[in-house]
Design a protein. Structure first.
Length: 66
């Protein structure tokens, strides 16, 4: 879900998920997400500095394709 600001062209994205958040949503161990990421499988992930993060909408879209 996005939140509109004063300018309708600019939206604020929802909070990103940590590996633990995404694992909890998917019902898999965090280690599985790290393995999927290494193999190039699983939902799209993004490195933010030293952290791996997931965009909830991308995880939901990935689930729908399965």
């Amino acid at each position: 879900m996005t939140t509109a600001t004063a300018d309708p062209e600019i939206t604020v994205p929802q909070q990103l998920w940590s590996v633990q958040d995404a694992a909890r949503f998917l019902g898999v161990p965090a280690k599985t997400l790290y393995e999927w990421r290494y193999k190039g499988d699983g939902p799209p992930s993004h490195r933010i500095g030293r952290y791996v993060r997931y965009v909830p909408a991308e995880v939901h879209a990935w689930v729908r394709t399965r």
